[in-house]
Design a protein around this ligand. Structure first.
Ligand SMILES: *Cc1c(COP(=O)(O)O)cnc(C)c1O
Length: 352
């Protein structure tokens, strides 16, 4: 059985939209796409008057080598959010199919599923916010087409070991896709699930330039998967998902890998420093161990800490509505001076 047998039949049968840019390339006089022949007013970027490549070859190659997959195993789109949406739309029939998520976790899986009218089945993390593999597999009914595992998990910060992911992959073969979201993978220092793709055609991995690569504003994310899955999703992705300026920004950042590595190291050092400072602050109940670029922290009075911080112009994420986190805030690791401002307020507020 191929993983594509799990996809919606009408998507498999569908002929993709064939854009002008796809049909012809290599010419020098371009009169095929109803573009303007002039660069836009106020910009000297001549290329902006042309539609971009649907999947810019240079960017695809660069990302594929960065993540260690073949060019045909990568789809680049508007953030990994777009890949989540495409997976749900390609594999879940409205009103019939379902996804499994393990709360507390990233909210977009459920949002994309609800937009598609796919059911969301929850297999909560255990008391220590580890993946509960047995209850997750119990949740996989015949309707389930996608199982989302976020590692490191947002907002709890823990990772799922690669052997656990492989166990899951084996158990899900022929039943559902395993989608491992590694948006924070660069901060985790752990094996990527990418290594499973060649052996398991139903394993997909999400990566993004939004976090460690400092490009949240450019919206560039990747899906790494079996070439057949990538080809299927290319049929339903928007014709020109990536704006030319965003592709250029991504290529520029990816050319400076050393800078990205330095920033990651700085975040890791700050994460350790901030975690131990917070642990000594009165009013802090617990700093959850984190392998990402944030710390989720339990407080005696999280609402007051949130308001105190906001009063100082410091915005953190209120995660109290997430399962098991009714007393917690999620705090992104910023620059050292920003972290110091946050620490001063959190610790002073608790003493007052
Ligand atoms: C931030 C985040 C993303 C979204 O990434 P984009 O590439 O910016 O869409 C995906 N998954 C998780 C868990 C995230 O926290």
């Amino acid at each position: 059985m191929s993983v594509l047998d799990l996809a919606r039949a009408e998507i498999r049968a569908m002929a993709p939209y064939s854009s002008a840019r796809m049909e012809a390339s290599g010419g020098t006089v371009l009169l095929n796409a109803n573009e303007s022949a002039w660069p836009p007013a106020g910009a000297d970027e001549a290329a902006w008057n042309r539609y971009p490549d649907p999947q810019p070859a240079a960017l695809v190659s660069r990302l594929a080598s960065l993540y260690g997959v073949g060019d045909d195993q990568l789809l680049v789109g508007r953030g990994s959010d777009e890949a989540i949406d495409l997976l749900v739309r390609a594999f879940c029939r409205a009103g019939q199919d379902a996804i499994v998520v393990s709360p507390p976790t990233f909210g977009m899986y459920a949002v994309s599923a609800r937009i598609q009218d796919a059911a969301v089945i929850e297999a909560p993390l255990d008391a220590d916010f580890g993946l509960d593999v047995a209850s997750l597999l119990d949740a996989v009914t015949p309707a389930v087409k996608l199982v989302f595992v976020c590692s490191p998990n947002n907002p709890t910060g823990g990772v799922v070991a690669i052997d656990v992911l492989e166990t899951l992959a084996k158990a899900l073969r022929g039943r559902a896709l395993l989608v491992v979201d590694e948006a924070y993978g660069e901060f985790a220092n752990t094996a990527s699930a990418t290594g499973l793709i060649d052996r398991h055609d139903h394993v997909c991995v999400l990566r993004t330039l939004s976090k460690a690569w400092a490009l949240a504003g450019a919206r560039v994310g990747s899906l790494l998967a079996n070439a057949g899955v990538i080809a299927l999703l290319r049929r339903i992705i928007a014709p020109y998902p990536l704006p030319t300026p965003c592709v250029d920004a991504a290529m520029a950042a990816l050319a400076e890998e050393a800078t990205a590595r330095e920033r990651i190291d700085e975040v890791l050092a700050e994460r350790a420093r901030v975690a131990s400072s917070l642990a000594h602050c009165p009013g802090v109940r617990e700093v959850l161990p984190s392998r990402a670029n944030f710390l989720t922290v339990r407080f005696d009075d999280a609402g007051r800490v949130y308001a105190d911080l906001l009063g100082k112009g410091i915005v953190v994420r209120d995660v109290r509505r997430y399962r098991g986190l009714a007393d917690a805030l999620r705090i992104t690791i910023g620059r050292a001076e920003e972290n110091d401002q946050m620490l001063a307020t959190v610790c002073a507020g608790a003493i007052a």
